[in-house]
Design a protein around this ligand. Sequence first.
Ligand SMILES: Nc1nc2c(c(=O)[nH]1)N[C@H]1C(S)=C(S)[C@@H](COP(=O)(O)O)O[C@H]1N2
Ligand SMILES: [Mo]
Length: 320
Amino acid sequence: MLIKKPASIPSSEITPQSVYLNRRKFLAGVSLAGAALATGRGLLEMVSPLTTVQAGAKLNAVLKSPFSTPEKQTPYNDVTHYNNFYEFGTSKEAPAERARNFKTSPWTLSIEGLVNKPRTYDLDAILKIAPLEERIYRHRCVEGWSIVVPWIGFPLNALLKQVEPLSKAKFVAFQSFYDPQQMPVARYAGIPFPYVEGLRMDEALHPLAILCVGMYGETLPNQDGAPIRLVVPWKYGFKSIKSVVKIRFVEQQPPTTWNLATPREYGFYSNVNPNVDHPRWSQAKERRLGEFFKRPTLMFNGYGDQVAQLYAGMDLRKNF
Ligand SMILES: Nc1nc2c(c(=O)[nH]1)N[C@H]1C(S)=C(S)[C@@H](COP(=O)(O)O)O[C@H]1N2
Ligand SMILES: [Mo]
């Protein structure tokens, strides 16, 4: 990572953005960095207990990825103040306000179902699953807006390899945290909670699918799904489930929240597809946040070269 691999970049180069670090944490980070140099141990390994403490802490030792788009990144302020996170309200501005005191530490992620090695991870263990990478991805919401975000995470397949799915496992089911006490307005959202999502096994193994722990060089803000979320860039945004607490390996296609709520409008696959309209609007174009003119939406959100073969022979009109 920072010590061993020259390809790594300091997070300060990702986006110029001032970060508040309290003095004690800053000093601890510096001395640990020194110790990492002296012992040759990875910096991430040594600082991860500090970086996981709260949203908005710097994530060091982040590798660049060849999967990143060179497109202009959406401003941080837009990505953190125009959110869908229905547990915290249905307006785009609500999650930034209402998730402010969301308690994300301590956090556990449990892996269950058809695996050889079921396991419960705390956040420090999650951060040790694989080296953290920056992945600058396009994100296309089914509602017609899009953003370009420098996510930080690691391939979902790295976790899968640790828990060793059985050959019977054909799908992966994800579940979000839900606590009506902390999310009192969720009951007015009109969708069932906890929020659930799913992927077919080959989709989950695809190197573009990541578990995301940060963005713009820092841990995830609460409104963007702290402390850990999924990011699947070739699918509509609602597949990228936030604040994940459970991942279950199953034989049958699992239920997904938007399909449960409105099956006529939202299918299981939800691949970005400009040729298949939503029943109530066209999906041919999108508006990048911060831009005035719409741009054409690309098949598989522009990731077709990498993912189209996953759906070879499937009728994407039926499997929407
Ligand atoms: N738990 C949960 N995850 C969720 C949602 C939600 O309401 N609850 N909204 C989804 C939708 S519709 C989108 S577009 C993305 C938005 O992610 P962002 O706010 O970080 O841009 O999160 C997805 N993940
Ligand atoms: Mo969305």
